[in-house]
Design a protein around this ligand. Structure first.
Ligand SMILES: [Zn+2]
Length: 348
């Protein structure tokens, strides 16, 4: 039964903010705001090809995934020291806490940095320090997921994983991101098998721009526990049945999908259809500095565009907690908090 009629729009907005949520699809390099890019460029003496913060922000007019990635890598070039990586992650975690995030599983792309001569330890220690501080100062549980850039070779990914092993206790899993088309999951079967041997969690971007076959590949060749994006699954009924049966989470990023033209606008996004098909769908921000909003913006704008109600809110928040890699005791505590929020706001 729809609860929409019983929950006024203002209360729905407050509910979306108050309910505990997990952010499971956030690239920390994609949280770099133009202001921080300029501050870090100045601190490190890096020349930027943009004269001002405004000019850089104006350049965020992408037409597809590749045109976004080109500017994303240019922005990341200002990151040099451990303090830079800390500052970037800390800025993100403060915003996440303000949006009601209780758990953040943060993607980072070491190859973007090690290829520029930044040591692996500088990247991981800076990010890790921000995660530790998030727990003590913000009450946010934060963990890192090391992502491989799929436009590079599997050999490069294998070397990257080995290079990160001295910091094995600083990250909980591996992921696969960057340019999807032309780089099917099977290309990375060996490095994902190695990650499994090491006891690492596994996720992969699949079915953002790529075909349903890439989602099948991520499941069957990489044995991932979550699919990042996955919206193209809607084209394949057998795949939808598989994802529903195995309760494989899809970490969907609505504002990203619109900015990168996966859907023409939010009203035409298939998130609601995927929920209706019984899938474990979650909402996330992807690269919030570049795509027009953080987690709460993604929730609010998607709820408005698709006419979602309080029942969907509870389902999406619960899905995000269930789909996280947090400890069972933490998940149980956040589920209880979710229940309390609904009771306090007198929402059935
Ligand atoms: Zn992503």
């Amino acid at each position: 039964m729809s609860e929409r009629s019983t929950v006024p729009r203002e209360r729905l907005g407050a509910l979306l903010r108050a309910m505990p949520k997990a952010e499971l699809h956030i690239h920390v390099e994609g949280s770099l705001e133009p202001e921080l890019i300029f501050a870090l460029a100045e601190r490190n003496g890096v020349a930027l090809p943009y004269p001002s913060v405004e000019a850089l922000r104006a350049a965020y007019a992408f037409s597809n995934l590749q045109s976004f990635l080109d500017i994303y890598y240019a922005g990341a070039s200002v990151l040099r020291t451990e303090q830079d990586f800390f500052d970037m992650a800390w800025a993100y975690l403060q915003r996440a806490a303000a949006d009601g995030v209780v758990r953040a599983e943060i993607f980072f792309d070491p190859q973007t940095h090690t290829a520029r001569g930044v040591p692996m330890g500088v990247v991981i220690e800076g990010l890790h320090r921000a995660c530790v501080q998030a727990q003590s100062q913000l009450g946010v549980s934060a963990a890192l997921i090391l992502c491989f850039l799929r436009h590079l070779s599997e050999e490069d990914a294998l070397q990257t994983l080995e290079a990160a092993l001295p910091w094995r206790d600083r990250f909980i899993g591996v992921g696969l991101d960057s340019s999807e088309l032309g780089h099917p999951p099977e290309k990375f079967a060996r490095v994902f098998a190695r990650a499994a041997e090491l006891g690492l969690h596994r996720v992969a971007h699949a079915g953002e721009e790529g075909p349903p076959a890439y989602i099948w590949g991520a499941l069957d060749a990489l044995h991932v526990e979550r699919i990042d994006h996955g919206v193209q699954a809607a084209q394949d009924a057998a795949l939808l049945a598989r994802l529903a049966r195995d309760r494989v989470p899809l970490t969907v990023c609505p504002l990203s999908n619109v900015r990168l033209r996966v859907f023409p606008d939010l009203a035409q996004h298939n998130l609601r259809a995927l929920l209706d098909a019984g899938l474990c769908v979650t909402i996330h921000s992807d690269d919030p500095a570049y795509f027009g909003g953080y987690l709460l913006d993604n929730y609010r704008l998607t709820f408005d565009a698709l006419g979602l109600d309080a029942g969907h809110a509870r389902l999406l928040a619960a899905n995000s907690i269930d789909a996280s890699f947090a400890a069972p005791t933490d998940k149980a505590r956040w589920r209880a908090e979710l229940q309390t929020v609904f009771e306090r706001m007198a929402i059935p």
